[in-house]
Ligand binder design. Sequence first.
Ligand code: ZN
Length: 378
Amino acid sequence: MSVWDDVVGQESVVDGLLRAAEGGAPAHAWLFTGPPGSGRSAAARAFAAALQCGEVPRGCGHCASCHQVLQGTHADVEVVRPAGLSFGVKETRELVLRASSSPSGGRWQIVLFEDADRATEAAANALLKAIEEPPPRTVWLLCTPSPEDLLVTIRSRCRLVTLRTPPVPAVAAALVQRDGVDADTAREAARAAQGHVGRARLLATDAEARARRAEVLALPRRLTGVGPAVTAADALVRAAEAEAKAEAESLNEAETSALRQALGESAKGRMPRGTAGALKELEDRQKSRATRVKRDALDRALLDLASYYRDVLALQLGAGGDLVNEPLAAELRTAASAGAPEATIRRLDAIMACRERVGANVNPLLAVEEMTLALRTG
Ligand SMILES: [Zn+2]
């Protein structure tokens, strides 16, 4: 194995990063961009490991340093993963301060900032100052969906690393090799996830996730009138909320118990004096994250729904190529021959408009209802 195993279908990016890690002093700031699920943070983490690794090739995957970076326990690699929708200036200033210290044993002091686009304006300015005058051994690895998500002044000081949407065969191969998934399931999951590696892995390994996706794809045939459209909207929002709740709860539980232990919880579950503040702070972070998790779950469902109509459109236009939802081919063909491409495009537009509105904090049920009404066939 090597530290690059998690970076799927990005050969030229990996080559470039490997060369940079093997060369002398790397640039002080790097910006990893790519669509969601393309593996921005996986690439940044692998690069961090390669920079710290003392073996040849860099990022051997076997030495203690490589293991620590991949497990997130390396003393000189700090991973910042904003829990909520935004990352504030106070946290950023603290981060900048820690980043400016010398590495304790590693070769570089590395900060890997996932979702750096969540930095507030004030936070971004604090970050800019740090990147303008970098201490000699500090390396910043920032990740955002696209370069435009960062202040141009930050972006222009970063070496840009652009990931592509990994091709379906590369994702399927990774699922077979790394996760031991059988070839058919891997191919179907990779196709359904449309180049989102994490989503493909979840679909390939979690029957419940597959069932939820199937529910979403069953929606179009139910939208036969106003009544069913309203009912379907309600069901879609509830399902996304239930999924998000389960996800948030499992994250919260692990975090809370880890923090309670770290703060010195007694065998009877009593907390020492003066620890209430820290627990409250964690609770606030978790609440902010819950909002994001809920929004993400709904967005995922909307993207799955869009894939249905994209398949219908491909069939209507005779575009050829694989369908995203191959198992539904017969139904998709019927839907394609029953309507015109213009109507399908209008439906796709309605889904994209709904995603935007949910992203802009419109009440999800209202946004989704408007969408299902626009999608209905009767
Ligand atoms: Zn190594």
